[in-house]
Design a protein around this ligand. Structure first.
Ligand code: ADP
Ligand code: MG
Length: 273
């Protein structure tokens, strides 16, 4: 039951695909930045021990004193782990290699699948008045990804426009179904977004056709093109929207954010006059 005395709760979306290098982190960072740009209050939870989302948003390793690991395993208070980024309205819960031992440490914990769920639903979360929480998952269907699927309302799946892209999806969908049957009956697929799309490449076009035929409306209208500015931005510790605001990549992530905002309306933050 939702508590009427609490403010509206954020839409929690896990960005997941057990394949590495398909654009999860890129999508998490840039979708978060694009939602923040239109006035949503956003928290990005870095759930990957590689910490790429944290690095890509300019959180230096030295300033990751408290991380997602501490949130999950040491019950660190939210204010100790949640940090501001250089982007207005965008907060981050950073990660580092500490998280790589979490899977093993969690095995004996009877609440092991619910740790992120419980952490994100503390009443202490209310003060951030978030509209969206995006979770950047590791490239596996490990206990960390299960935590994300138990914690979230929906899973957003980046699909790289290349051969075999659809093959890994059935395993992912099976895991979603299992989590739905056990821990999170309301779990939805938010959508599948084609990434690194090259319109001149017949293979990209074929993957799009196959995805739309097989998955129908689950596929977002927006397609993320392969764009060199997108791949350069993390080395400047910026979302592409800040690095090159008029690039094709920036436009695509704005369009994806608009699709999400239309489904999950929010009250935009008013800029101070
Ligand atoms: P994952 O998190 O799924 O492992 P990443 O988001 O880290 O994948 O992306 C893998 C690589 O592909 C990175 O080097 C990233 O910069 C690059 N990349 C992702 N999306 C794009 C894009 N739209 N255009 C060009 N390069 C991209
Ligand atoms: Mg990643």
């Amino acid at each position: 039951m939702s508590d009427p005395s609490r403010p509206k709760q954020p839409r929690i979306i896990a960005v997941a695909n057990q394949k590495g290098g398909v654009g999860k982190t890129t999508t998490a960072i840039n979708l978060a930045a694009a939602l923040a740009e239109i006035g949503a209050r956003v928290l990005l939870v870095d759930l990957d021990p590689q910490g790429n989302a944290s690095t890509g948003l300019g959180i230096e390793p030295a300033s990751r004193k408290s991380t997602t690991y501490d949130l999950l395993l040491d019950e660190a208070p939210l204010e100790a782990v949640i940090q501001k980024t250089a982007i207005g309205n965008l907060l981050i819960c950073p990660a580092n290699a500490d998280l790589s031992s979490a899977d093993m440490e969690l095995v004996a914990n009877e609440k092991r699948s619910f740790l992120l769920h419980d952490a994100l639903r503390q009443t202490a979360m209310d003060r951030y008045r978030l509209d969206f929480i995006l979770i950047d998952c590791p490239p596996s269907l490990s206990l960390l990804t299960i935590n994300a699927m138990v914690a979230c309302h929906s899973v957003l799946v980046p699909l790289q426009s290349e051969f075999f892209a659809l093959e890994g999806l059935s395993q992912l969908m099976l895991t979603v179904r299992e989590v739905r049957q056990t821990a999170n009956p309301g779990l939805r697929i938010e959508g599948v977004v084609l990434t690194m799309y090259d319109g001149r490449n017949r293979l990209s076009q074929q993957v799009e056709t196959d995805a739309r035929e097989n998955l129908g409306d689950l596929v977002f209208k927006t397609i993320i093109p392969r764009n060199v500015r997108v791949s350069e931005a993390p080395s400047f510790a910026l979302p592409v929207l800040s690095y090159d605001t008029t690039s094709k990549g920036s436009e695509a992530y704005r369009s994806l954010a608009a699709e999400l905002a239309a489904r999950h309306p929010f009250e935009p933050v008013q800029e101070p006059a």
